[in-house]
Design a protein. Structure first.
Length: 320
């Protein structure tokens, strides 16, 4: 297995010398017209520190990171600011940066990890944050010399950045002397993440089951139990699995009541709500602090915000 990071550690000085003076002005101009003056930018895979230095000199705040320990040292000295050595998979920032600059860095991320890395970068951005990224143009992952490359074309880059609104996409030639590589570049804006989940309205003797959240932002509020889809699941499969995991009981799924949409501050929710009945009743709580059976018209329940729409839809069905 090729160790790309090791390549950059062993060739840090020559890579620094070959890239530090590359003219990136066209990419800067395209990127910065979407970024406010003085913005906080994550330089993700800063290499020589060339771009971090430019941004710093033009009044932007910078957090520079790189996966190579040796390049991080050289870049730190060059920009006069510490460059953190960190693997993209270990990024754990949340709503912190106005923009991400990922110039010729994501192209070394293994195709099995690239979705996770882009998700990490998406999470690191503030609402409507901007990202620039560049890849060598192609449609395969390959080994060149001692480095791994994941080349992308237009369709692949659109698929990879599906959680972003691509503002510009363009092709460019390598700006380093003697190089003939063709590059694909994007500037994109963060979309609010959309999560699709399932919920169960479990009926028994004219009552319905609700459960109280144990943890998280809505701990202590009541909801219809359920959770996220797993890859390839139908709604019926997902809700059966979720209820078994949360309560260790089996259910029979009768019908889809409704699909509701709700906007939270950090994401958009789509919830498929199924009317169900129990096939066993020995409850063991795993994700909730309590459960209870209520009449649908009962007042005074402190609901998770999205679930207010579900109970409203359920009562409407009862009355019509």
């Amino acid at each position: 297995m090729v160790d790309t990071i090791n390549y950059y550690n062993e060739n840090s000085q020559s890579y620094f010398d070959n890239t530090v003076n590359a003219d990136m002005s066209d990419c800067y101009n395209r990127f910065l017209k979407y970024v406010k003056t003085g913005a906080y930018i994550l330089d993700a895979g800063c290499g020589s520190g060339r771009d971090s230095k430019f941004f710093l000199e033009h009044g932007y705040s910078i957090k520079a990171i790189d996966g190579s320990e040796e390049l991080s040292k050289l870049a730190s000295e060059y920009i006069g600011k510490e460059v953190e050595c960190i693997n993209f998979l270990d990024l754990n920032y949340e709503n912190e940066f106005d923009a991400v600059w990922a110039c010729a860095s994501l192209l070394h991320v293994n195709k099995n990890d690239i979705n996770k890395v882009v998700s990490n970068l998406h999470k690191s951005l503030k609402d409507k944050g901007i990202i620039y990224a560049s890849f060598k143009y192609g449609n395969e992952d390959r080994i060149q010399g001692e480095r791994y490359f994941n080349d992308l074309n237009e369709d692949l880059i659109k698929e990879l950045f599906i959680s972003f609104d691509i503002k510009e996409m363009w092709f460019s030639d390598d700006v380093r002397p003697g190089r003939t590589d063709r590059w694909i570049n994007i500037v994109a804006r963060k979309k609010k993440k959309t999560i699709r989940v399932v919920a169960a309205i479990i009926e028994k003797n004219n009552e319905i089951l609700i459960a109280r959240r144990l943890t998280g932002e809505f701990a202590g509020l009541w909801e219809f139990p359920g959770g996220k889809y797993e890859f390839g699941e139908t709604g019926e499969q997902a809700i059966k699995r979720e209820i078994e995991e949360e309560f260790e009981v089996e259910i029979e799924v009768n019908e889809l009541l409704c699909t509701i949409k709700h906007r939270y501050s950090a994401f958009n929710l789509i919830m498929d709500c199924y009317i169900c009945k129990l096939e066993s009743e020995q409850f063991h709580l795993h994700d909730h602090s309590a459960y209870m059976w209520i009449e649908p018209k009962r007042r005074g329940i402190k609901w998770v915000p999205a679930d207010k729409k579900v109970i409203k839809a359920y009562k409407y069905q009862m009355e019509n």
